[in-house]
Design a protein around this ligand. Structure first.
Ligand code: AR6
Length: 176
């Protein structure tokens, strides 16, 4: 598992992966944060394609081309807004990761890069969200060969350290 998951500190729009994931909103028509950065780097063609998709429910995912991005595809998913944690947020966040990986499998995407979904504007606490993200990715990769590799892209050093610590914790607990 250790060689199929990589945690990096980077700007996801610069990444050369087969697909990058966008933490979008239900309109799929762009926004701030990583969504804004992806639309800006991909160019207006991405918005044109997104307009045809009819939005996306929270926890679901839809795929488009990557246009001017170094990645071939963008998988758009809509994370839950944090409302205290007892409004289904953990299940919805887990669904985001799972549905993105199911699309990656369908499209034979070998390298898939995720940002930290919901932990920016949507306010999901990073400590809790990172555990869900990692557990869901580990669970999926255990049963599937594609995607071969998942890259988790952290934007801040703080987030990077939390993901690394929790990843090591999960790997250690798996060995025992
Ligand atoms: N590369 C990698 N990660 C990034 C980048 C980047 N270029 N830019 C920001 N992040 P957010 P959300 C990190 O707010 O919480 C949008 O308006 C950021 O530091 O982008 O799911 C959408 O349209 C944070 O760790 O997404 C929605 O309305 C993570 O990406 C709403 O925000 C997610 O933060 C979605 O909110």
């Amino acid at each position: 598992m250790k060689n199929r998951i990589e945690i990096v500190k980077s700007d996801i729009t610069k990444l050369h992966a087969d697909a990058i994931v966008n933490a979008a909103n239900r309109t799929l028509l762009g926004g701030g944060g990583v969504d804004g950065a992806i639309h800006q780097a991909a160019g207006h063609e991405l918005l044109e394609e997104c307009k045809k998709l009819g939005g996306c429910y929270t926890g679901e995912a839809k795929i488009t081309n990557g246009y001017h991005l170094p990645s071939k595809y963008v998988i758009h998913t809509v994370g839950p807004v944090w409302r205290g944690g007892d409004k289904g947020e953990p299940e919805l966040l887990a669904k985001c990761y799972k549905n993105c990986m199911l699309l990656a499998k369908k499209y034979q995407i070998h390298t898939l890069a995720f940002p930290s979904i919901s932990t920016g504007i949507y306010g999901y606490p990073i400590e809790k969200a990172s555990v869900i993200a990692l557990q869901e990715i580990v669970k999926f990769l255990k049963n599937e060969e594609i995607p071969e590799k998942v890259i988790i892209v952290c934007y801040s050093d703080h987030d990077y350290q939390i993901y690394l610590q929790n990843f090591n914790r999960i790997l250690t607990s798996e060995k025992n």
